[in-house]
Design a protein around this ligand. Structure first.
Ligand code: 1GP
Length: 245
């Protein structure tokens, strides 16, 4: 089954959770352990990526270790065309729509397209939209973040993504954001689009995860929680239960 079909089936039946692992933050072996704990906690897919410091070799080794221990999809969440790996199941073929830099909107995609084809990776077209504060990805991606008080602008970008043919929309507050994307922005976007809505950045507690899911996110992404918690499985399962119950 294609990863996009897997996602569409899951969001038809309920909410999904995806765990983001940054290959630059631990050894490939430790990344495998993290993925295993996340899978046991109920996560539905592993996303691999980060804003800085990633080499192709690190990407390849990390994905291989993860694939050894879990069977859920492993999806590349790229920061550039240099991190493509044949070992992943799919790739978010994404455009940072509210960037000031044309390279983030279409340049890296042009650089990577031929390799995606050669490697046989499944590309999942995604509109990536940075919401304040945006954190490192907002800075590196030269984004003009959507103001937290402007849900209408987030709706306009999200609808534009859908009309351009993108199969998913991702509202990103930035890894480690003090607060997630506002719930009223999530619900405003959910009301208007018909493709799966992904929300991430700053979601570290079951309460916040529940409120974002209730507001209409189909897929919740968490990354930092697996880096800061010692007992990853129990902390993550509390958060995932809050999303799915
Ligand atoms: C970042 O949305 C993800 O791209 C995850 O954010 O690290 O804050 O969970 P956190």
């Amino acid at each position: 089954m294609k990863v996009m079909e897997y996602i569409e089936q899951h969001v038809k039946d309920g909410k999904m959770h995806m765990t983001l692992i940054d290959p630059d933050d631990q050894t490939p072996e430790t990344a495998g352990e993290v993925a295993k704990a996340a899978k046991s906690a109920g996560t539905d897919a592993i996303m691999i990526g980060g804003s800085t410091g990633i080499t192709k070799e690190l990407m390849d080794n990390t994905i291989r270790e993860i694939k050894k221990v879990v069977e859920i999809p492993v999806i590349i969440f790229p920061n550039s065309a240099h991190v493509l790996s044949p070992y992943a199941d799919a790739l978010y073929f994404m455009s940072l729509l509210n960037s000031r830099d044309v390279d983030m909107i279409i340049g890296q995609q042009v650089k990577g397209a031929i390799y995606v084809k050669k490697l046989g990776l499944e590309p999942i077209p995604m509109g990536y939209i940075i919401v304040e504060p945006g954190m490192t990805v907002g800075r590196v991606g030269k984004a003009v973040p959507i103001p937290r008080k402007n849900p209408e602008l987030a709706v306009a970008y999200s609808l534009a993504a859908q009309y351009l043919g993108m199969r998913m929309v991702y509202l990103e507050a930035g890894s480690g954001a003090p607060e997630p994307v506002p719930a009223d922005m999530v619900s405003a976007v959910r009301k208007e689009i018909s493709v799966p809505l992904v929300v991430g950045g700053g979601i570290r507690t079951p309460e916040k995860a529940r409120s974002i899911a209730k507001a209409g996110a189909d897929i919740i992404v968490t990354g930092t929680i697996v880096e800061i918690e010692r007992d990853i499985e129990s902390k993550l399962s509390e958060l995932i239960n809050a999303i799915k119950s």
